[in-house]
Design a protein around this ligand. Structure first.
Ligand code: ACM
Length: 366
């Protein structure tokens, strides 16, 4: 193995390698150790076992990724996945050269991170199933050692029941008894974007958790907020009038822009599910395209819209592996759509992510 340098794992590093297997030896050449590991993964795929023993097929392979973002999202909120299960899946990611582990850490059904500044979150909203900060650092290092970036997601302002179970005063519906959800669905509890205390709370949380993750990207969710509790709250309606926010999308954008500024203080770039893409959203946000025919959209519609509007983007529609479609079905989806794009637009498509939503998934079946 010939490696020129050790890479700091981040988006866009050189992951290329060449692998040569001849009768006299095996050589891997790579600019970085991450590229060399990909060469080793390929070599493992080439092992042949027969009555004669083990052998490798003679090959000359020159390989580099088409996309810089090749992700797997794991939802540990709906069903908690213990550390060893996360690591098992990170090992599998490395074998198939996936390089982003997107960790969906909060949802209506649970908040899964130990926080020292806001302990109510995991004490009241996790059933005792959460990662300690030491475990998170250990997993981030484990992934980093395998060339895999870790992007955390804290889903706000919707999918927020776990937050509000711990801090009901931050909810958009006052005097409601919030408790974590036990079933699947889209629920109404939503953080109150008109309450300054919501931003103080998120600032405190992000300040504490941001340093646990070495990657620059930080996912704020942003999906499936139907705004029912916003519509029903006269004070929120009054706030929208005063701030000339004409609908719930504009109110959510107001919220997202506040979050982007908080994250920037902690060195993080905001990404979110495609609903965050509204006219005033800064172009620095990364748009995560997910909706398709089940949501009344064309597959990849938001991906194309994102690049045409100047955003970087990744695709998950077509990679919902929790839907139990065939492997063939997923493999035939290409993040690069068959539409005319300029080179600049095409470059903004960074790649894709498979989504392992866990409503029906347990540590055994993941
Ligand atoms: C999503 O599937 N709600 C992003």
């Amino acid at each position: 193995i010939y490696v020129e340098s050790e890479a700091s794992v981040m988006m866009g590093i050189d992951e290329s390698y060449t692998l040569t297997v001849t009768a006299t030896g095996i050589e891997i050449h790579a600019a970085t150790d991450v590229g060399a590991m990909h060469g080793l993964s390929t070599l493992l795929q080439l092992i042949k076992v027969d009555n004669e023993g083990y052998s490798f097929t003679g090959v000359e392979i020159k390989d580099e990724p088409r996309f810089v973002w090749r992700g797997l999202m794991m939802d540990v909120a709906r069903h908690f996945l213990p550390v060893e299960v996360v690591k098992r899946n990170i090992d599998a990611m490395a074998l198939v050269k996936l390089n982003v582990f997107h960790w969906h850490l909060s949802d209506d059904q649970g908040f899964r991170v130990e926080t020292k500044t806001l302990p109510e979150l995991y004490e009241k909203a996790s059933d005792g199933l959460y990662y300690t900060q030491a475990e998170i650092k250990d997993i981030v290092k484990y992934a980093d050692d395998r060339g895999i970036r870790v992007v955390p997601e804290f889903d706000v302002p919707g999918h927020g029941t776990s937050f509000l179970t711990a801090f009901p005063e931050l909810g958009s519906k006052k005097d409601m008894e919030y408790s974590i959800e036990r079933y699947a669905g889209i629920f109404d509890p939503t953080l109150d974007p008109t309450n300054e205390k919501t931003y103080e709370f998120l600032d405190t949380l992000f300040k504490e958790v941001a340093p646990l993750f070495t990657d620059v990207y930080f996912h704020i969710g942003g999906d499936e907020n139907e705004g029912k509790h916003w519509d029903e709250n006269p004070e929120i309606q009054q706030f929208m009038k005063e701030h000339e926010l004409k609908d719930n999308h504009e109110l959510q954008t107001y919220f997202n822009i506040r979050l982007e500024k908080i994250l920037a203080k902690y060195g993080k770039s905001l990404m979110g599910w495609e609903e965050i893409m509204t006219p005033n959203m800064p172009k620095s946000a990364l748009i995560h395209s997910w909706r398709g025919v089940n949501e009344g959209m064309e597959p990849g519609e938001s991906l194309i819209k994102a690049v045409k509007n100047g955003y970087q983007t990744i695709l998950s529609n077509g990679y919902y592996i929790d839907l139990l479609l065939s492997a063939e079905d997923h493999y035939l989806v290409d993040p690069m759509p068959e539409v005319d794009l300029t080179d600049e637009e095409a470059k903004r498509i960074l790649g894709g992510e498979a989504t392992m939503w866990a409503e029906l998934v347990t540590p055994l079946t993941v």
